[in-house]
Design a protein around this ligand. Sequence first.
Ligand code: BG6
Length: 507
Amino acid sequence: MENPKNQILVIFGASGDLASRKLMPALFSLRSQKLLPEKFVVIGTGRTNFTSEEFRIKMGESIPAFSEEKVDSRQVSGFTNDLYYHTMDNSNQDDFLRLRSLIEEIDTKYGIGGNCIFYMATPPLMYEPIAVNLSKAGLTVKPGAFRRVIIEKPFGYDLESGRKLNRTLHGLIDEDQIFRIDHYLGKETVQNLLVTRFANGMFEPLWNRNYIDRIEITSAESIGVEDRGGYYDSSGALRDMVQNHLLQMVGMTAMEPPSSLDSNAIRNEVLKVLQSLQPVKEEDVPKQVIRGQYTGSLIRGECVTGYRYEKGVDIRSRTETYVAIKFYINNWRWGGVPFYIRTGKRLPTRVTEILIHFKPTPHHLFRRDMGKLSANQLIIRIQPDEGILLKFDMKEPGAGFNVKNVNMDFHYTDLADIRVPSAYERLLYDVMIGDSTLFSRDDEVETAWKFLEPIQKAWANDPSIKIFGYPAGTWGPEHANDLIEGEALTWRYPCKNLADDELYCEL
Ligand code: BG6
């Protein structure tokens, strides 16, 4: 592993949840693996009035609380010693000049050499003012050193705002200085998709319309909106999950083999997939897109609040907490193969998986268990219980030729001595070494918005398009099954509904 050059990481919005829950534990873990630069300082900034000492204490408490592994408290204080805090208002230019002085002071004290990364862990409305003020304060360029900017999603709200954000950023910094985080790309199992597909000779010849019947991608969460109701109500599942995480997984599943592992070679192939998505026409939205919103229910005897009663959510909200889409990819490899993607909150379990349904054999020689027509399935489990499951048919021992569907199941946990790093660990490390492979490029982001534009327009313009209520703890609206045509075909349900009371309704 390459050792990153000495650098300062400035986190805007450092008093927020992302910094304490994800960024600090990830940085600490990188330090434990000796993957941080030799000289490395974090400056947290925010409006909350902390001293550096108070910030160190707060982060020192977050690291053991949110790390996946047990941490040694002496190591934690070794790490927090190099944290600083700067109270500032992101719209105040003078505060940026003071930030600049602090950066220069710390740079000299530690002998860093000018490298600096700026991480926008703030509400999205602040991205543009921060970028403008960084640039005005002369912080985005430093001869002989690098200056990089990390941006959290959402990258805009729709195609127009996504384009505008890109235009503003490009007016201030170069595209290769921008690292747009889609934390799904930092997940080990999403990266493993590339290896599964392109390091194994046996999958690639089958990976096309001739052998694949359909592809299903599910990203289910059992939690609700928790304390993010305010943000979520203006976003919804389409913007929050589909525009980024799900479409990136579609890209990785459907892309052509890249010519090399170069970051642009890989992202060019993902982009080509996004460009080939057959647009869902506005008038077809009711047929191809199902949206839902969770309602209150009883799960194992306990009351679960409905979405409209969550904190920060409008009581008449029509924001979707579930969305399922059927679409096609118009290219040589995938012509005619339906892709089904779905995501939702308050579903029965947390699971993200990519399911490849192979075509059944052309001629059925054997009797199958329960008379079902079976076909091979490859299930790539992104999380939890990361691994790969291949379902195929075997002869049941005994007389005759009874066929049974069996599993060949690989779990990452079988590699007992290997730990799966968190997505943020991987992504922070990649920014430090300047590798942008696992970050969304401007054109990918805009093309993803373009695909979603007719859906957003149809929902905004046509109030007759239904939003279905589904009881918390169920697999979303039953209408999502209508997307999957064909006899006896349904989505795969990794576990049963949990709600005691299953009343679907139209909201
Ligand atoms: C985030 C979304 O990007 O991803 C959240 O904003 C969602 O709403 C989260 O809960 C899911 O991430 P993960 O890694 O838990 O699947």
